[in-house]
Design a protein around this ligand. Structure first.
Ligand code: PMP
Length: 344
């Protein structure tokens, strides 16, 4: 008898349905059970595959995108990679306007995935015609049948997680989840996932993770945009210097802030203890779990879900480079446990 070919039609069929993995060692002295939603299992290695696919498919349904149309966005990060991947597979052009601060590796990676990358000066203000925001807007206006993803201000970002990440976590935990702890950048992940989860059980606690140097926590507490909160920090993809419309601040119960150094060390600890090679913000989320445990916030019976948004391979020249850690002064802190620094 002829065997059936067991193949996916393309990578897009593999977006979502990422595994929920129990954390065993890094959490051994903590109260509660901890489960990581490992988003690096998406084919583009991050949670951003979900929003790229959802936003593009919504535009197809509305008839905005037709074969050969152009998709535009302003990021060199995970979202850029996911949009480039979806565009290649579906037959669209992808234009990414990025800041000249973006690393060469990132720009090369996006170009390798078929994207046209405009490198725009980092030192100009957002409303300068040369800024990556303005370049993206202009290209969108000039290009008929194009879409501008605009992830920080696009409601469909949240929708993507409402439709996929939320139901997956509810089903994978058999409805027994008590807490969700997730990083907030655009806020799409935490807002959409939480909206679904709270509809199933309004008692689930939602904790957002923010960076020192970002306005999100203060805005959540006061509903005021406080410029004094803003200063440079190292963690990429978490926190913001503006208030994203893609965040539903009402659905998040609280925010907790984490430092660059502790988050970096915790990312390295996840790899060494659990064997999960995860990105910088996965370290941030586990750092938040540590702090919440120090505050005695969890019970033994709690089922806490954390989201690990991307893969460690994107941070080889940063968090996973001893030289970079040294250059940041992250090895100088007294909080570094023994054995963190590899001796050659
Ligand atoms: N971690 C990483 C590495 C990211 O790229 C992002 C997206 N900016 C986030 C966390 C936060 O996800 P969201 O934008 O959905 O809040």
């Amino acid at each position: 008898m002829e065997q059936k070919i067991k193949a996916y039609n393309n990578l897009l069929e593999l977006v979502g349905n990422t595994p929920l993995v129990k954390l065993n060692k890094i959490t051994q002295n903590f109260n509660g059970n901890y489960f990581a939603k490992v988003e690096s299992f998406n084919p583009g290695h991050s949670s951003k595959d979900r929003i790229a696919m959802h936003i593009i498919e919504q535009a197809e349904e509305k008839g905005i995108l037709t074969p050969g149309s152009t998709i535009i966005e302003t990021t060199s990060g995970n979202t850029g990679f996911s949009i480039a991947m979806v565009s290649i597979i579906k037959g669209y052009k992808c234009i990414l306007a990025v800041s000249s601060k973006s690393s060469k590796d990132k720009i090369d990676m996006l170009r390798s995935m078929g994207a046209t990358v405009y490198v725009c000066p980092a030192h100009v203000s957002a409303d300068d015609p040369r800024s990556y925001y303005e370049v993206a807007k202009r290209l969108h206006q000039e290009t008929k049948g194009s879409i501008y993803i605009n992830q920080y201000f696009n409601e469909l970002n949240m929708d993507a997680h409402y439709a996929s990440t939320g139901p997956e976590i509810w089903e994978q935990t058999g409805g027994q989840i008590t807490h969700l702890v997730a990083c907030s950048g655009t806020g799409g992940t935490i807002s959409g996932t939480s909206r679904y989860l709270k509809e199933q059980n309004p008692n689930i606690k939602i904790i957002g993770v923010d960076a020192y140097g970002s306005v999100l926590k203060k805005y959540h507490e006061t509903r005021e945009f406080d410029r004094n909160e803003i200063y440079p920090y190292r963690i990429e993809g978490l926190g913001k210097n503006l208030i994203p419309a893609a965040t539903d601040f009402d659905i998040i119960d609280e925010f907790i802030k984490v430092t660059d150094s502790e988050s970096a060390h915790t990312a390295r600890e996840i790899a060494r203890t659990e064997g999960i090679f995860a990105g910088y913000t996965s370290g941030a989320v586990m750092q938040a779990i540590k702090q919440l445990n120090e505050e005695g916030r969890f019970k033994k019976s709690d089922n806490v879900v954390v989201i690990f948004p991307d893969h460690g391979s994107r941070y080889m020249s940063k968090v996973y480079s001893d030289q970079w850690m040294e250059d940041q002064g992250f090895f100088d802190t007294e909080s570094v446990p023994d054995g963190q620094k590899i001796q050659y």
